[in-house]
Ligand binder design. Sequence first.
Ligand code: PMP
Length: 423
Amino acid sequence: MNYSRFITQISQNRKPSLIRELYETLTNASPELVFMAGGMPNPQMFPFQAASITLKDGRALTLHPKLMNDCLQYGPTSGYPPLVKHLKTLTQKLHDPPRWADTELIVTSGSQDGLCKAIEMMIKPGDYFATQEPCYTGTLSILHPYSLRYVPVEGDREGMKPEALRAALAPWKPEAARDAVDDVPKVLYVNPNACNPTGVSLTEERRHEIYQIASDYNLIILEDDPYYFVQFGDIKDYPPSFLSMDTDGRVLRFDSLSKILSSGIRIGFVTGPKPLIQRILLHEQASVLHANSLSQVLVSELLTLWGEDGFFKHTQSVQEFYFQQRNAMVKAAEQHLTGLCEWAVPTGGMFLWLKVNNVPDTWDMILERALKKNVILLPGKAFMCDQSQPSTFMRAAFSLITPEQMNIGLQNLAELIREEMTL
Ligand code: PMP
């Protein structure tokens, strides 16, 4: 693929940082190399000696002085090499990208950092932008300052509707849109599994159709998939990722460790075509230099200690926890909201997306009156491209609360909705 039409002038103008590029050479440097290029502080002057972190299973992760040096020192922009190796092995195993030789991976400060940089690489003010709607609020906050012309695509219980995507793209002819640089959508944002906020996943059939449409229109797919490991059911039955079907080289996949290891650790990674990852890397070189070293070493050591079996055992326990939470939430919703709201049972993740019957807009109800009822959730409008329009939806998170709190919260919500209906 020729990627030049996807890359904005700002991104094209980025130049490699000389120091950062030389730094990459350190990874395989001979011990005889006298490195006088970088401005690296001497870690002997750092006050930390060693660390040991106790895991919940009782085992300890020990960061001895050499590892401590890696934790505290600057590192390569692409990521801490042992961690990159782990993540590549995992990605190859789970997604088996068809163009692996042309695929690269970069560690970022959470997937939000990767998304932000991918968008800056491809989007300029006033561009068209195709996205699922409702859309993750964090993506909307990245997009907002660009004053975009959104091409929103609606979904249902099976995720984004391919026919809605075709209809949304109908103003453009694929043959003309394919190579045009301006005034055409070039990017499609999708949150395929346990979507935030709808909680549902795209079916396999729809993924193939959407990929085909992206191919017809020459779109880059931004596959934002932080809930991959929080899908309910057997991992062997998970639908294929867009990355795994990417024969063209048009998918940038965003993974996150936030939902399974720690959100505060701020580790995510972006996988995709080398020329695009290279542009993200240049931006990373110029901004944060690299993701937090301590976090990267910690995760890498954890993955080594656990091995593949230990990692999957852990992700399964995370998934089972949220599965129980989901079941309790749906039970509470059935008890208190039947007749008042409609919902699809989440296929993963941590959200229940509620459509309220007979309340035309949930915004004022939630922001002005919900707190008085001791319940708070997010109004649907926050997930819409055009926030001047009313929304009858709202998003309830079930990740942190107990089944008792779910009962009380949804009972309070039911009272609020009943009062609202009589307003
Ligand atoms: N994308 C989606 C859909 C999310 O829900 C989140 C987290 N709320 C992110 C991206 C950002 O995740 P991270 O913590 O990895 O930056």
